[in-house]
Design a binder for this molecule. Structure first.
Ligand code: C5P
Length: 222
């Protein structure tokens, strides 16, 4: 029997990873947060002071970057060349730069390739921006998540504040708008809803309701 692929896309901070993780856990599928991969590349580029228009250096960086996911009981760790960067990729510093990095053609090519490899021969739930359109265009189930900008900003703000980041609600809102703009207007695989995607607006839904919504769709197709 063929493996089953769930693609979850949407704007920043819609809660994609939270749902994707819960679905994967429930069904015992592999969960991959593709945004974490772009964040890890961004961290590497920042640490090594690589200019984004330096194509040679970017390609060299991509050739030297190895990303791994280590599933743990609590959460999945992301390793950048063996180092656990799960926390380091979540800072505002990375968030402010990640969409510029993600718009680079060579970066997308390398990440999409790795993502497709991860999805081969296993049941997988992957969330991101271009999973249903580019990474897995023939995914068994495609979800496009949305939520009101206010709710998204509140969620992200609470997340960052809990980690002790000194940040204002205004800065969070600006960052979300900035990333959404670049992500949906870039030339290479821009964020857009796949034609066959099902919309999940979770503005007024609990996490449990979102999980049920997706599980029911999966079960219809399994
Ligand atoms: O999902 P997350 O918000 O962590 O993603 C961070 C950034 O990575 C996004 O704003 C986007 O620029 C980029 N990204 C992407 N394609 C994906 C996943 C994330 O371009 N599939």
């Amino acid at each position: 029997k063929k493996n089953f692929t769930v693609a979850i896309d949407g704007f920043s901070s819609c809660g994609k990873s939270t749902v994707a993780k819960a679905v994967a856990k429930k069904l015992n599928f592999v969960f991959v947060d593709s945004g974490a991969m772009y964040r890890a590349v961004t961290l590497f580029i920042q640490r090594n002071d690589i200019a984004l228009d330096d194509e040679v250096a970017i390609q060299q960086a991509l050739d030297n970057i190895h990303i791994d996911f280590v599933p743990n009981l609590e959460k999945t760790q992301i390793l950048l060349n063996g180092e656990d960067v799960s926390e380091a990729i979540r800072t505002m510093e990375v968030s402010e730069y990640v969409s510029e990095v993600s718009a680079i053609k060579a970066v997308r090519k390398a990440m999409v390739h790795q993502q497709q490899q991860l999805g081969k021969k296993r049941n997988i739930v992957m969330d991101g921006r271009d999973i249903g359109t580019t990474v897995f265009p023939s995914a068994d189930l495609k979800i496009f998540m949305t939520a009101s900008p206010q709710v998204r900003a509140e969620r992200r703000y609470a997340e960052l504040a809990a980690k002790g980041e000194e940040i204002t609600m205004e800065e969070v809102k600006e960052n979300l708008a900035h990333r959404d703009h670049i992500d949906s207007t870039r030339e290479e695989s821009p964020l857009r809803q796949a034609e066959d995607a099902i919309v999940l607006d979770n503005t007024d839904l609990t996490q449990e309701e979102q999980l049920d919504f997706v599980l029911n769709l999966v079960r219809e197709k399994l």
